[in-house]
Design a protein around this ligand. Structure first.
Ligand SMILES: Cc1cc2nc3c(=O)[nH]c(=O)nc-3n(C[C@H](O)[C@H](O)[C@H](O)COP(=O)(O)OP(=O)(O)OC[C@H]3O[C@@H](n4cnc5c(N)ncnc54)[C@H](O)[C@@H]3O)c2cc1C
Length: 438
């Protein structure tokens, strides 16, 4: 087993983690180590960015990645923190090795993942999360000429529609579950924010031929095999949308991409004993941090979407504050606090505008699968009263994804708290867990 020590260790190579690592390095930390599950730095939003020519890069991505590239930060890619065997120690699995990493202070920047809301047909092939489809297209999935419908909530639907269209997809519909008046109020708020307004107007112009329906959401996804008819494993062929007043829109599509917000990845936070709380604006659990991004555990900081979903700019500024504080220079972070608070207020306005309507809790029928790994339908969960009971009685959340998909769904459907993080955080090699220690 390899051992490695660093004054500041950052987990997560997305915008928040990169900003934290560079800030800690520039503040003079003796050694900074950034550990990330992906091969290249960039996280969700800048996936594949390092492989683009510098002149084709998004400007913020280009600057952040250039700063990271010229820093003294040691980057450990394709490596996952799977356990925390002792205070100040992490067990990390790489493609070939096992490492014990010891830190003076730690920044957790593990990001967020998509939240899924089950509805009949959501497990059909080609019904996916918006972020999942976007990531697959960035990774080379051919989408040219394919008909894509998007449904769910929030500006991410438009961002993904725009990016899929740029890759040649035919966007047939964007269905936003929030009512028109809330979306309009949010739009008015953007008038005060020239950057976001420009972004919004850009989407509006490029997607001007795409129907954008507010107050509509998916009722079901139908599919047909050419030879075997409408078996449950037939790929989606049409999306059926409802407005809750008995009306339907039926749209033929090759892909139905759904996005019901994203949800903080809290596994490492919880494993390390950092406090979390239910955030009413976000409608989900987030990490408790103080003004300097420090969690409830001294020396452990949180930044970016794992402490609450706030968007790219918020992740970057929180990362810088956390990096400075973790390197022992909190005073240098003071000028950044007002900007961070402005970003958080913006995120709260967005969350209020696009909060999920209660009708979405009633989309699934008794046969609708909620836990895809263990094939558990809604009917087996409705009479249970907690996540623990669901695990014990049905194995819901105990399959390969360990509740990463159904956890957010049951939290929304039943108000359960899916919190029982145990090592390993990710499926790990037996050799990793059994590796001898000196
Ligand atoms: C699926 C998805 C799609 C999105 N698409 C867009 C978009 O199109 N436009 C937009 O503006 N915003 C988008 N967002 C939001 C955007 O990604 C965030 O605002 C921003 O990336 C947050 O940065 P972050 O550093 O907090 O997290 P992330 O960018 O998510 O980075 C977290 C990193 O931590 C790593 N990690 C997690 N756990 C471990 C572990 N145990 N060990 C090692 N590494 C770990 C992950 O692999 C990841 O690289 C999307 C978010 C998601 C979840």
């Amino acid at each position: 087993m390899i051992e490695r020590n660093a004054q500041v260790v950052v987990i997560g190579g997305g915008p928040a983690g990169l900003a934290a690592a560079v800030a800690a390095d520039r503040a003079g930390a003796d050694s900074v180590l950034l550990i990330d599950a992906n091969v290249d730095p960039g996280g969700q939003i800048w996936r594949g960015e390092t492989r683009r020519r510098p002149d084709q890069r998004n400007a913020t991505a280009g600057d952040t990645l250039a700063d990271f590239g010229t820093s003294a930060v040691l980057h450990l890619g394709e490596s996952r923190v799977v356990a925390a065997p002792a205070p100040g120690e992490l067990l990390v699995e790489t493609a070939e090795d096992v490492l014990v990493v010891r830190y003076g202070s730690l920044v957790i920047a593990t990001g967020a993942r998509e939240r899924f809301v089950p509805f009949p047909g959501w497990t059909r092939p080609n019904v996916m999360g918006v972020g999942g489809l976007q990531a697959m297209v960035k990774g080379g999935l051919p989408i040219e000429g394919k008909r894509v419908a998007l449904a769910g909530s929030g500006p991410l639907l438009l961002a993904v529609a725009d990016s899929l269209q740029a890759h040649g997809a035919r966007i047939v519909l964007v269905a936003e579950q929030a009512p028109s008046h809330k979306v309009a109020r949010f739009g008015m708020g953007m008038l005060m924010d020239p950057g976001k307004l420009g972004q919004g107007l850009g989407y509006a112009w490029r997607l001007r031929r795409v129907p954008y329906r507010r107050g509509w959401w998916p009722a079901r996804a139908d599919g047909r095999h050419r030879s075997r008819g409408d078996a449950s494993d037939a790929p989606v062929s049409r999306a059926v949308l409802t407005n809750g007043r008995g009306q339907e829109i039926i749209v033929a599509c090759d892909y139905l991409a759904c996005g019901f917000h994203i949800t903080p990845s809290l596994e490492l936070v919880e494993l390390l004993g950092c406090a979390t709380e239910y955030d009413t604006y976000q409608g989900q659990r987030t990490t408790v941090v103080d003004g300097m991004q420090q969690t409830s555990v001294a020396g452990i900081y949180g930044a970016g979407e794992c402490i609450g979903v706030g968007g790219l700019e918020c992740a970057l500024i929180e990362g810088r504050i956390a990096g400075l504080a973790a390197a022992g220079h909190p005073a240098e972070a003071a000028p950044l606090l007002a900007e961070r608070d402005r970003e958080r207020n913006r995120a709260q306005a967005l969350n209020a505008a696009f909060s999920l309507r209660p009708e979405l809790r009633r989309l699934a029928d008794p046969e609708t699968v909620v836990c895809r790994c263990e094939d558990i339908p809604l009917s087996r969960l409705v009479d249970l009263s907690s996540w623990r009971e669901a695990k014990l009685h049905t194995r819901c959340g105990m399959g390969a994804c360990q509740g990463r998909v159904c956890g957010g769904a049951v939290e929304f459907l039943f108000d359960w708290e899916p919190r029982s993080t145990r090592p390993p955080l990710f499926p790990a090699r037996v050799g990793t867990l059994a590796a001898p220690r000196d």
